[in-house]
Ligand binder design. Structure first.
Ligand code: ZN
Length: 193
């Protein structure tokens, strides 16, 4: 399976380039013109949006996304604070597994692995000694959703935090930009300690 996705690397890079131009535009804008904010997560969230890149890989992508989002939606209704803690911990567990199985050996593996896991298109936009900025486009947890005033991607933050911990050491990964906040990409800051 890994080899198949390696062959798709140029398609992944092309999709990332397209999304990156949207990220650059949005980053330099003073305000993001988005859709009207909802007071709380609605059912619309679960129906999901068609993710252009992932739909091109598999026409039933939206149904898998629906399954994942139903879990997020259910947890959010039950307890938003619990949802954030549990999903982040779950993401870290996936990261540990990917490292243990040797699926992730370096940063270079991440874009292909994130597509294989259907999480989203991962783009490392800034690397420095104590902070790294990582974007996700077409994210499974938030792509296409209406803003709700809060970042949504605790699971994804957990995966990134866990992988960076395994590769480089302890860090705190925080989601700064998200469709849930009205952006058109997810932006994570990885703060190393
Ligand atoms: Zn997000």
């Amino acid at each position: 399976m890994r080899r198949v996705y390696k062959e798709q690397l140029s398609l992944i890079e092309e999709a990332i380039r397209r999304w990156r131009s949207i990220y650059y535009r949005e980053r330099s804008a003073t305000t993001v013109k988005g859709r009207r904010r909802l007071d709380r997560l609605s059912k619309e969230y679960v129906y999901g949006a068609v993710r252009p890149f992932f739909e091109s890989l598999s026409s039933d992508d939206v149904r898998y996304i629906r399954t994942h989002r139903m879990i997020v939606f259910g947890m959010m209704e039950h307890s938003p604070s619990l949802k954030a803690v549990v999903l982040k911990a779950s993401g870290k567990k996936l990261a540990k597994l990917l490292l243990k199985e040797g699926i992730v050996r370096s940063l270079d593996d991440l874009p292909v692995v994130f597509v294989a896991q259907r999480i989203g298109l991962l783009d490392i936009v800034d690397e420095s000694l104590d902070i790294m900025r990582v974007n996700i486009y077409e994210c499974m947890s938030c792509f296409g959703m209406r803003p709700v005033g809060t970042p949504m991607c605790d699971f994804e933050a957990g995966v990134i935090e866990g992988i960076m911990e395994g590769l480089y050491g302890r860090n705190a990964t925080i989601e700064r930009n998200c469709w849930g906040l009205g952006n058109h990409f997810c932006g994570f800051e990885v703060h190393f300690r």
